[in-house]
Design a protein around this ligand. Structure first.
Ligand code: DCM
Ligand code: DCM
Ligand code: DCM
Ligand code: ZN
Ligand code: ZN
Length: 271
């Protein structure tokens, strides 16, 4: 996701964590405001292109070698590269968060990675190999050329919200309030329990593989409903947008709610 998606997910999570979790992560992240999660949600993107942060470049995705739209699916052994992927990274940084022998700065950094990667794994094109998660597919967006990955990361959500793209925190705060309402008492209330069913703190791989497979299924149904070749060069801000927008909203809501539950489990174990 772009900044808007990541910050929204973090604000949703801060609306659902319990009090103990909030103070635990406010301490660890050295920020006692309501922005303690939102403020670090894009940190992992800010370092991935730097020299020291380059090691984490491949941690934002897993390249599922499936064949959309006829077959979708992620396979950890097949798809996770030897130097890591988003699933192994969630496992690694979750274990670091649970390791009280590590220096606090290591756990601080682990928290920032977990907050970011729980978000990215819910973006369908972060769990797909085709054209490097859609980066190699050129499409049109309101008449301008973009790549498909960027459209799913940012353009669709930005169009849904309107407002000023240069103020992601304001927009994210409002979007998060909206989605929080839908989870608490609106259209997501009947399904929210299923979102956190089977969360296993002792098996972050199994847990995040469920998230990855669920997200990857949308590659077949909504990203490439007629296959990758059919989408190249198409204008996506019309009908395609109308179908994709509800999926993005759902995935962002789910990611925020799951992040809250995951952080609750971690803070619960540590106190
Ligand atoms: N980004 C960055 N530095 C760059 C290029 C991009 O910080 N040189 C950030 C801005 C985008 C985000 O990365 O919002 C996109 O990240 P991903 O492409 O991991 O979703
Ligand atoms: N960090 C690191 N290696 C360094 C310097 C900092 O891993 N050489 C980590 C520690 C923090 C994060 O980067 O978790 C950024 O820290 P801060 O926000 O305190 O600058
Ligand atoms: N990305 C992805 N799958 C890949 C390669 C990249 O999901 N196989 C994501 C990470 C960034 C965006 O695409 O969000 C741009 O990546 P890069 O800057 O590495 O091209
Ligand atoms: Zn992305
Ligand atoms: Zn990312």
């Amino acid at each position: 996701w772009g900044s808007l998606g990541h910050i929204t997910i973090a604000y949703i999570a801060s609306n659902f964590v319990n009090e103990n979790t909030a103070s635990y992560f406010q301490d660890l992240l050295r920020n006692d405001t309501e922005h303690y999660l939102a403020g670090v949600a894009t940190w992992a993107d800010s370092i991935r292109y730097t020299k020291w942060g380059r090691f984490s470049k491949n941690f934002h995705f897993i390249d599922a070698k499936d064949d959309p739209p006829s077959y979708c699916g992620v396979d950890f052994k097949r798809d996770c590269k030897a130097d890591g992927c988003i699933v192994s990274s969630l496992q690694n940084y979750t274990s670091q968060l649970l390791d009280s022998t590590l220096w606090p700065w290591r756990r601080n950094q682990a928290a920032k990675f977990v907050i970011h990667f729980v978000g990215d794994i819910h973006q369908p094109l972060h769990v797909e190999n085709v054209a490097q998660g859609g980066n190699g597919i050129h499409v049109n967006w309101e008449g301008h050329e973009f790549n498909l990955h960027h459209v799913w990361d940012s353009s669709i959500a930005e169009k849904m919200l309107g407002g000023n793209r240069r103020k992601p925190y304001d927009n994210a705060f409002r979007w998060a309030a909206d989605l929080t309402g839908e989870i608490k008492s609106g259209k997501y209330l009947p399904v929210r329990a299923s979102w956190i069913d089977g969360l296993l703190l002792d098996d972050p791989i199994a847990t995040s593989m469920r998230w990855a497979n669920e997200s990857n299924a949308y590659v077949c149904s909504h990203v490439f409903p007629e296959g990758p070749a059919a989408i190249a060069g198409q204008e996506l801000a019309g009908e395609y947008f109308e179908k994709a927008a509800p999926i993005i909203e759902l995935q962002v809501a789910k990611a925020g709610y799951r992040l809250a539950a995951w952080l609750d489990l971690i803070a619960g174990r540590m106190s």
